[in-house]
Ligand binder design. Structure first.
Ligand code: FE
Ligand code: FE
Ligand code: MG
Length: 175
């Protein structure tokens, strides 16, 4: 713990630590949601979607790492038992019951949007009050926005491909 680290922020430390631990739990769940999704998925563009899932899993784990370091610096304790991840998380784990990757993309898009709201919230909380936590949250927010964009693009491409195929069938059956 850094004593000055605690002293210089004008925020309620307990409340901040609570929110940081919620985000920490969410990152582990996000990590696993991508990790297991990459393993089980089937469907269009499998290779590229699978490697993007693996990439995102790594990034979520890194977010958990940054949050844990900051929690410790502020005198808190990162969640010690995985059993508490689901209890603490506000952005819930979405079980990939359907391995079809278009469904997995939709689930993870929803999760990313929840994460975006979470880091926007922490940024707003810390803005002008706790520069270091603000900086960490802003850095994570940047990556979550990027993740959202990735899935929007994939879903749009898949939809375009379907529309194209339907049009092609229509024009062929007219002839
Ligand atoms: Fe994340
Ligand atoms: Fe993400
Ligand atoms: Mg990406």
């Amino acid at each position: 713990m850094g004593n000055m680290a605690k002293e210089i922020t004008t925020l309620n430390n307990e409340q901040l630590l609570r929110v940081l631990n919620e985000a920490f739990a969410e990152e582990w769940l996000a990590y696993y949601q991508y990790w297991i999704g990459a393993k089980i998925m089937e469907g269009p563009m499998r290779a590229s979607i699978e490697s993007e899932f693996e990439e995102h899993a790594k990034e979520e784990l890194e977010h958990a790492h940054w949050l844990a370091e900051r929690i410790i610096q502020l005198g808190g304790t990162p969640i010690l038992n995985p059993i508490d991840w689901d209890k603490m998380a506000k952005c819930k784990y979405l079980t990939p019951e359907n391995p079809f990757n278009v469904e997995l993309l939709k689930q993870n898009l929803a999760s990313e949007r929840c994460a975006i709201k979470r880091y926007q919230q922490i940024c707003e909380m810390c803005h002008g009050k706790d520069f270091e936590t603000f900086e960490i949250s802003r850095k994570i927010l940047h990556e979550e926005l990027d993740h959202e964009q990735d899935w929007e693009d994939f879903l749009q491409d898949i939809e375009k491909q379907q529309e194209y195929a339907i049009e092609k069938i229509k024009s062929e059956t007219k002839q």
